[in-house]
Design a protein around this ligand. Structure first.
Ligand code: NAD
Ligand code: WQD
Length: 360
């Protein structure tokens, strides 16, 4: 069964493709590498021993999308492609709306034209805004505080309208909590450009000696130790959630929304301690002002995904820290050092490479 994975070279996409290939799916990727490297896909191919068809193009390119649907037998789409940095979205909102919204509309229109009506979409717990209580279930009120979050909420609404208009569509909206960790091989992982925005990539960069110390944003939240609490989920558990959602979309029409989280909350200080204990490295930190827009506590009620998808997160916080560290320690410069080994992301390659990168 052919699955189109948009944004497949990114952090969550690359881990999901490993699981798709291991489960016998055929994978076609569309990625413009705006926030990733083709090296991630080369390594996915190496881990799984399987070939991936890769198109180096943006979902903003309508003709390119047509070519992809024409050239491949696509049964369903997992749509990861999007810009995701909250702060950046405040600075350049039009680029976020253009990329995330217009890109998704292009994709949906092309899917409709080719009668491919099965979709798994990457949404985010950010659509819950400032939740009134925890754990957060899918029927909580939705609100957003920044353009990035607004793109996710708008797309969720667009998908709802699409199903009302044509109930042959089958759509899973997945609201991720805080994905961390990496594949146990240490070959693929999260590779943020520049200084990381997110907690765990920041911690691992401190651990590897690239950054001096962690700044903890806020020590006066109404939480167990004053620092913010989040639901961290191992990226491989998250990836497996996509396979379950895919099975659901293939078997049942409708629009269904699921939280993908563990249901457990850890504070920033607990995360620092867990990392130090698991990896044996001291993480120096200072406690500073709260980061604007941050909520005090956010964790999922994951019961709906358990009941309807038969999915739940298995991996604990130690495994998450260990795998994040394993990836960072083995790849102190992320994918960068190896990128020159790829002849050119714009040329079709064969023979030595299991991935074939097509330029549109
Ligand atoms: P990522 O940036 O690592 O991956 C996104 C991929 O999409 C990248 O490879 C990027 O090059 C590609 N891309 C962006 N715009 C594109 C375009 N116009 N055409 C083609 N490719 C494009 O991010 P990720 O962490 O893997 O996140 C995947 C999805 O999950 C995103 O939609 C993100 O908003 C969502 N999400 C992520 C998190 C998180 O904390 N990582 C949490 C909730 C939701
Ligand atoms: C976690 C905790 C911070 C960095 C973000 C997006 C969200 C989703 C996931 C895409 C908070 C604290 C962090 C640092 C710190 N992404 N922190 N020092 O904010 O829960 O969610 O990523 O959809 O939309 O907003 O994740 O990892 O940035 O922060 O103290 O240098 O760590 O204040 O309490 P967040 P995070």
């Amino acid at each position: 069964m052919g699955i189109l994975v948009t944004g497949g070279a990114g952090y969550i996409g690359s881990h999901t493709i490993v699981e798709l290939l291991n489960s016998g799916y055929e994978v076609i990727v569309v990625d413009n590498f705006s926030n990733s490297s083709p090296e991630s896909l080369r390594r996915v191919s190496e881990i799984t021993g399987q070939r991936i068809m890769v198109y180096n193009m943006s979902i903003l390119e309508r003709d390119g999308l047509e070519k992809v649907f024409n050239e491949n037998n696509i049964h369903a789409v997992i749509h990861f492609a999007g810009l995701k940095a909250v702060g950046e979205s405040v600075a350049i909102p039009l680029q976020y709306y253009q990329n995330n919204i217009t890109g998704t509309l292009n994709l949906l229109e092309t899917m409709q034209k080719y009668n491919v009506k099965r979709l798994v979409f990457s949404s985010s717990a950010t659509v819950y805004g400032f939740p009134e209580s925890v754990p957060i279930s899918e029927d909580f009120p939705l609100s957003v505080t920044n353009p990035y979050g607004r793109t996710k909420l708008m797309i969720e609404e667009i998908l709802g309208d699409l199903f009302i208009a044509d109930n042959e569509w089958s759509i899973s909206i997945l609201r991720y909590f805080n994905p961390i960790g990496a594949h146990s091989s240490g070959r693929i992982g999260e590779d943020p450009k520049g200084i990381p925005n997110n907690l765990v990539p920041f911690i691992t960069r401190v651990a590897v000696g690239e950054l001096k110390e962690l700044t903890i944003f806020g020590g006066d939240y109404p939480t167990k130790d004053g620092t913010g609490v989040r639901d961290y989920i191992h990226v491989v558990d998250l990836a497996l959630g996509h396979l379950k959602a895919l099975e659901k979309t293939v078997s049942t029409p409708g629009v269904n929304t699921y939280n993908l989280g563990t249901g457990k909350g850890y504070s920033v200080l607990e995360m620092v301690e867990a990392f130090e204990n698991t990896c044996g490295i001291k993480i120096p930190y200072t406690i500073a002002q709260r980061r604007p827009g941050d909520v005090a506590v956010c964790y999922a009620d994951p019961i709906k995904a358990k009941q309807e998808l038969g999915w739940g997160a298995d991996k604990g916080i130690e495994e998450m820290c260990r795998d994040s560290w394993e990836w960072q320690a083995k790849n102190p410069n992320g994918y960068e050092v190896n990128i020159k080994n790829i002849e050119s992301p714009h040329l079709s390659t064969s023979g030595d490479f299991l991935i074939k990168v097509n330029s549109i």
